[in-house]
Design a protein. Sequence first.
Length: 415
Amino acid sequence: MDDASRTLPAHADPVTTEEAGPTLLVKIFGKDRPGITAGLFDTLAGFGVDVVDLEQVVTRGRMVLCALVTAPAGDGAVEGALRSTVHAWAESVKMQAEIISGTGDNRPRGTGRSHVTILGYPLSARAMSSIAARITDVGGNIDRILRLAKYPVTAVELTVSGTPTPQLRSALAPEAMRSGVDVAVVAAGLYRRAQRLVVMDVDSTVIQDEVIELFAGHAGCEEQVAEVTAAAMRGELDFAQSLHARVTLLAGLDASVVDKVRAEVRLTPGARTLIRTLKRLGYQVGVVSGGFTQITDDLKERLGLDFAAANTLEIVDGKLTGRVTGPVVDRAGKARLLREFAAQAGVPLAQTVAIGDGANDLDMLNAAGLGVAFNAKPVVRRAAHTALNVPFLDTVLYLLGISREEVEAADSETL
Ligand SMILES: [Mg+2]
């Protein structure tokens, strides 16, 4: 190749299908082994063709390699020679080859691009069919499919174009519920990769417990606490009223109970993996809780979190007074704290992710760039951007496009 032909074009506008020349799509299928890609391109190199597009996937040891190349210069005889040479090479390595003539590059993708993550436990063919059919119904086209995880859930990510993200999300949410799978729809693009702050609720999100119930266990007032909780759920009390009513029941409890409750708290499966992986990727991670700083500060320390905020149980002379100090962290408070953490982290709100299970989390979930309802009540599930209904918190990583393989590779590197 001489120097002149290496010079880049003066402008880099994409070549449209109409003005582009003839191309050949070369598809190779068969048992994956080292050297297939090198062999194919070595064969093609003899005809001086250029690469227009290239994709390869391997599933259970079988590879599909699709190369879109410019047609060789010269008459039909040259193209015929290319075809027979590629077929002969494929036969020699026990692969199947298919060569299809055409013009130009792929058609440009439709506008409106989204990532659709489907999580199944298991992922049935029936569910896959229903979700794919709804995508088609709203004018979407599946451009790519990639498996993100096979454990603890099967997770696949579809890149869909041709329909706006909100329309796709509203079409798929009810289908996900009917099909018994989790489906998350997020806009594709740079924003997704720029997400840099994750803020999580604590009770029944980062931990499996409700902290007030653990305290109530030590105070012998589980039933009274449960009654207040039920009244709050019926809408008879707002959050602050129910918090005060429940904390009052703890008055006189010895402060040593705090350590006992800290020891009783059970992390949600996947919580450590989620936080460790996010930290490695440079995310800042925080928790906000309608529970108590006596627990969230300990979690912050143990899990290496950047932010933690909650209500504080007042302790005087070694006893709980039955009161909380400072402003109450309620539904509005959680959203306010998300904004504060984002400001402190220097992250725009649109690049934040919030995760929670309760009605108390809804303002925060809606204020975040991506709100994830985690094993939430139906009212929360319906109102959030996306919902996860598998009991593993690290599945949040799949919504961010991070695969299980990448998580495990990162873990093994630091061993
Ligand atoms: Mg909660």
